[in-house]
Design a protein around this ligand. Structure first.
Ligand code: GDP
Ligand code: MG
Length: 597
């Protein structure tokens, strides 16, 4: 394809402003699918994504559009993941585009999250085309929103497209704006091949499918290529694009986005951001911006029913086929039996995997407290990486302990700023910057990741009624006064609830945990002490008083069948419990206890 006839773009929008609806309209209008094939919201293809309104795996579709100038253009619409855990993937997708549609709800106006995304797009030198959507709504104030885009974001919105993705208004204008405003890609056909690996996923029929953006040169079937970062070589056996139906193409030239396959069995071999070049006469310099993504949050996943272990192993293995950023290894816990220690890019990533395991694979799971990776300098001079509090060595053998820190940027409407500053402060945050943009505040904090993995995001959302947005990047390790806190139920340590905390937070955390456990653990025939302890020192304590009578005592002697029924019922309830010594802890207690109040 002639470079001048290609446009590569993504869509930026706050959740619910109409990104998916607009994408569907563009696909429909350009004839990528028949009406019958047009199921609602083609781009969001997983249930969880739909429910949460986020995109986990990027999808790219090629739309053939014959413009008013009579030329037929190939428009590559790239969908990007919508969450900070996937920031690196987003950055690579954006690097593959020259422009973006900025979709703003005509009744809601510019939202904080929109701002964060627009700035990222601007950083990639994108041409930004504003689209004011939902002009059909009675509450729509398109002129006010136009002014907001100019004042708050600072881009020219005088030619913003007025649209209603729902009613199909302004769709042609959006397509024309893409063609006339967004610049075509640059690239040279005669140079050695360099293509950026934008995304990869596992397809049961094709093996690993790789989405690429060709920068220079040509990629075609039969070429022997190498991945410059991964260091592997592969024979290309298929080249094509999604319209959104998969079509095969003879080649992908400079500026084009499409897919390749090469008999690759594992997504791990196709790392996002890698550079694809030819083995013979290939490029000597890899593309900039490559990063090896590493899991930053770890937790244990255990089946509630020990008999489900094999099923869990199989399910985790299958999820991993499609997600190289997720890691797992077998783990055994004194209390929970066999399970897996899993690593994730962040908390949302953890939740997604956990949710998919329970929903798609029908597994009841216990999740242990999430933990970050600590670096331990031992007194004997060795260095240890600690992913699991259970592996914490004897503190006297540790010379120094370091924990990962992040730089967090939070955008929020003014009125929630006070509570947000307090939250950050409570989590050992160090304020770096505070500025105002329009009626919104942008605050930058350095925070220990350890304080963020528990429930920071949930708390932030709840104190800002969903309005605050949160973005972060890792900024390295810092020394911290960290201690291992154990939870003892009836004097037995419950390893799944052990955690590493900063000494200054230990008491408050410990008290919170034992108080919640007191509510969550049912009464037994005897008194059950619950303690939080650092080493031998108890820092918080609660006691669950003993049950007065045997429940069966209610059924005065005679009625044996009623008594049996009651016992059966108790047994049923026990299935979802875990036994610690002779104390039963309900499954919910683990999860609930870890949510800090
Ligand atoms: P996304 O989260 O940005 O992908 O937003 P969606 O495309 O899922 O749209 C969110 C909601 O807004 C859905 O209920 C859509 O039907 C609705 N919606 C999208 N575009 C329009 C529009 O132009 N007018 C109206 N009235 N509703 C719209
Ligand atoms: Mg959507």
């Amino acid at each position: 394809t002639d470079l001048a006839l290609i446009r590569n773009f993504s869509i930026i929008a706050h959740i619910d402003h109409g990104k998916s609806t607009l994408a569907d309209r563009l696909i429909q209008r350009t004839g990528g699918l028949s009406d019958r094939e047009m199921s609602a919201q083609v781009l969001d293809n997983m249930d969880i994504e739909k429910e949460r309104g986020i995109t986990i795996k990027a999808q790219t579709v090629r739309l053939n559009y014959t413009a008013k100038d009579g030329q037929t253009y190939a428009l590559n619409l790239m969908d990007t993941p919508g969450h900070v855990d996937f920031a690196y993937e987003v950055s690579r997708s954006l690097a593959a585009c020259e422009g973006a549609l900025l979709v703003v709800d005509a009744a809601q106006g510019v939202e904080a999250q929109t701002l964060a995304n627009v700035y990222q797009s601007i950083e990639h030198d994108h041409e930004i085309v504003p689209v004011i959507n939902k002009i059909d709504l009675p509450a729509a104030e398109p002129e006010k929103v136009r002014a907001e885009i100019e004042d708050i974001i600072g881009i020219d919105a005088s030619e913003a497209v007025m649209a209603s993705a729902k009613s199909g208004i302004g769709i042609d204008e959006v397509l024309e704006a893409i063609v006339t405003k967004i610049p075509p890609p640059k690239g040279e056909r005669d140079k050695p091949l360099t293509a950026m690996l934008v995304d990869s996923w596992y397809d049961p029929y094709l093996g690993v499918v790789i989405l690429v953006r060709v920068i220079d040169g040509v990629i075609r079937k039969g070429l022997q290529v190498k991945f410059m970062q991964g260091g592997t070589e592969h024979l290309i056996d298929r080249v094509g694009a999604f319209t959104p139906k998969r079509i095969d193409l003879p080649e992908l030239g400079p500026g084009e986005i499409g897919f390749i396959t090469a008999q690759i069995k594992e997504v791990e071999q196709a790392k996002v951001g890698d550079t694809v070049t030819t083995v013979k006469g290939g490029a000597t310099q890899a593309l900039p911006g490559y990063k090896e993504v590493q899991p930053v949050v770890f937790c244990g996943l255990f089946p509630v029913d020990a008999a489900d272990f094999d099923k869990l192993r199989e399910s985790i293995g299958r999820l991993r086929l499609n997600d190289a950023s997720f890691s797992f290894e077998m783990e055994s816990s004194a209390a929970l039996g066999f399970g897996f220690r899993c690593g994730f890019l962040g908390l949302l990533h953890l939740e997604i995997i956990q949710e998919r395991l329970s929903r798609e694979y029908d597994l009841d799971l216990i999740t242990t407290a999430p933990s970050v990776v600590y670096r331990l300098a031992m007194t004997d001079g060795t260095i240890k990486e600690l992913h699991n509090p259970a592996d914490m060595p004897d503190p006297v053998k540790i010379a120094e302990m370091e924990e990962p820190w992040i730089k967090a940027t939070i955008y929020t409407p003014d009125e929630y700023l006070g509570s947000i500053l307090k939250l950050c402060q409570d989590r050992r945050g160090i304020q770096i910057d505070l500025t105002y943009i329009g009626g919104r505040a942008q605050v930058t904090y350095e925070l220990p990741l350890n304080e963020v993995v528990f429930d920071f995001y949930d708390r932030l959302k709840s104190i800002s009624r969903g309005y605050a947005s949160f973005d972060y990047e890792q900024i390295g390790l810092r020394e911290g006064d960290l201690v291992m806190m154990n939870i003892l139920v009836n004097n037995e340590p419950v390893d799944a609830l052990s955690m590493i905390v900063h000494r200054s937070q230990a008491e408050a955390r410990g008290r919170g945990l034992v108080e919640r456990l007191k509510e969550l653990i049912p009464r037994h025939m005897f008194k059950v002490p619950i303690q939080a302890a650092i080493g031998a020192k108890v820092i918080a304590r609660e006691t669950i008083s003993a049950m007065r009578k045997d429940v069966t005592a209610k059924c005065y002697g005679g009625d044996i069948s009623r008594k049996k029924k009651l016992l059966d019922k108790q047994k049923e309830g026990k299935k979802r419990m875990r036994e610690y010594g002779n104390v039963s802890i309900p499954q919910e207690a683990f999860i609930a206890a870890l949510r800090m109040g």
